[in-house]
Design a protein around this ligand. Sequence first.
Ligand code: ZN
Length: 348
Amino acid sequence: MSFIRFVKSNLLQIVDSAGLNAPILNSPWRKRRLAVICWHGVSNDDEHRWDPGLFMRPEALRMRLGQLRALKCNVLPLAEGLARARSGSLPPRAVCLTVDDGDSSFHLLAWPMLREFGFPATLYWTTYYSTHPYAVFDPMLSYLLWKGRQSTLALSDPGLRCDLRDPGERRRAFTALYEFARDNAWTGQRKEAFLAELARLIGVDYARIKSRRVLHMISPAEARSMVAEGLDLQLHTHRHRVPRNPDLFAAELAENSRILREVGAKAPAHFCYPSGSYLAEFADWLRESRVESATTCQFGLVERDSNPYFLPRLMDNGTSSTAEFRGGLSGIAALLSRRHGVPRHGFA
Ligand SMILES: [Zn+2]
């Protein structure tokens, strides 16, 4: 944990213990603002132990939903929340729930829980791996190296020898293999075959991982059934990337949108930047593709005059405490965070 995060976390603990979150959450100041929560995956197995920044335990998500209910948050569909933030007609304690990517755990665990609580939610779905039977390559590569952390990896092509007990060595192995796959333009099929072979070499049961659907995406049939049950499916690009060329950018959106509409999403018009990466010119490109809003991974609450193409969210994951979550909902955490403008150059 960074020093700033440590200080902020302690301040939020003090605020929460002093009972200050409730009056702020109920204040006229907060009523003019909308909290858009960002979640990623829920663990199908032990993913939260591998990457707690991306995965949380199912019980942790259930606890969050319980906290939203206990605090009497008004959970709104995303489009309604954004429209009411703009028109100044938000109810008190307004919240929207968004989940990024479309990991299989969304269908297996998160969506049933959201339905049980009666909360509307938006899934920003990236579609490439949903239309193929493969594990998502980059995270699965990292996950397998972590699972095999008692082993030594010895490969001949590419030539590589790493003691996987050492996290630094695991990172070195990941980078070498990721770059090797990229430089040799491996297809999805080639990548999947390599993952199975890697697992075998380091003594990890890949069949079990696949049967639990760890780091696999929801299928189009699952997406369709959730849309029929009321899920709001929105854009996250087809291949989880934002090309810096307007034509390639539009093509990523168009393919993503085509698959969303194929499974029943009516007219996807809301977007989330993959990996939170954005440039100022993306606003025009999104407008040209008839996209009405875009969320980032910048921390904060949506205000009436927030730029609709660079909306802040509250990132929540397996590393956040209850005090941090409640401080995010009340708005205190955003006040303690540094303000970010829209970047003119480079990726955020
Ligand atoms: Zn994403």
